[in-house]
Write a new protein. Structure first.
Length: 236
């Protein structure tokens, strides 16, 4: 994933700056691009980088989690059929041929079938924790970008206000035309920082919910496997 971040970042920056194909004159995309430029390139560029990198991590997690999703009912039905025939090796083969963390956890449990029920449960719990950490990989970076985007925006706000007061101090009087530019920069950086955080927060919540769903199915499947192994007298 990381080796694709730099090309993705460069492509996103070039697209945002040069692409007008998404909007006609006065369209929303064009308006956002104009306001982005008016907000000052320095801090606004950092906000844009946070958005692009955050979206890159979100996209990677969404693709990975969708691949990791497994039809657990079909998987468990196949395993149960093999266990009814006393074919533990066949049940393990079904797990090996199925993608996703649930199948991997069940495979680890089946490998300990000759060691008793406690060994099977312990193995699945331990390996389940490993799979859960893999599912949550990258979430800390998304959370970082959610936090840092508004901070960058607020920093731009503070700097914009300082510039406005510097202009007032230099002029010796308050004129709207003198301070409007600094205040405008301040407000625009705040707005784009908040927009970035809102977008990434929506994706983050979706990803967390997806992880919770997969982990819940993984735990339920582990319990069902142990019950099936007991019912089919796998433990001698």
């Amino acid at each position: 994933m990381r080796k694709y971040l730099v090309p993705f970042l460069v492509m996103g920056l070039v697209t945002f700056v040069t692409n007008d194909s998404f909007a006609a004159d006065g369209g929303m995309f064009q308006t956002l691009k104009v306001k982005f430029i008016e907000g000052g390139w320095f801090f606004m560029s950092f906000v844009l980088v946070a958005l692009i990198l955050g979206l890159a991590f979100c996209l990677e997690r969404i693709i990975t989690l969708n691949i990791a999703s497994t039809n657990t009912d079909k998987l468990l039905a196949g395993i149960d059929d093999e266990l009814k025939r006393g074919n533990v090796a066949g049940a393990m083969e079904i797990c090996k041929s199925t993608q996703g963390p649930t199948a991997s956890v069940l495979h680890e449990g089946l490998k300990r079938a000759d060691e008793g029920v406690e060994a099977v449960e312990k193995s699945m719990i331990g390996y389940g924790a490993v799979q859960m950490s893999l599912l949550e990989k990258g979430l800390v970076w998304i959370s970082l970008f959610i936090s840092i985007a508004p901070m960058l925006g607020f920093m731009g706000t503070v700097i914009g206000m300082i510039q406005a007061f510097d202009t007032i101090e230099a002029a010796g009087e308050i004129r709207a035309s003198d301070v409007a530019g600094g205040i405008k920069v301040a407000l625009l950086t705040t707005v784009f920082g908040l927009i970035t955080a809102i977008i990434l927060q929506i994706f983050y919540n979706y990803i967390v919910d997806k992880v919770d769903t997969i982990v819940t199915k993984m735990e339920e499947s582990s319990i069902t496997l142990v019950d099936s192994m007991v019912a089919n007298n796998v433990f001698k």
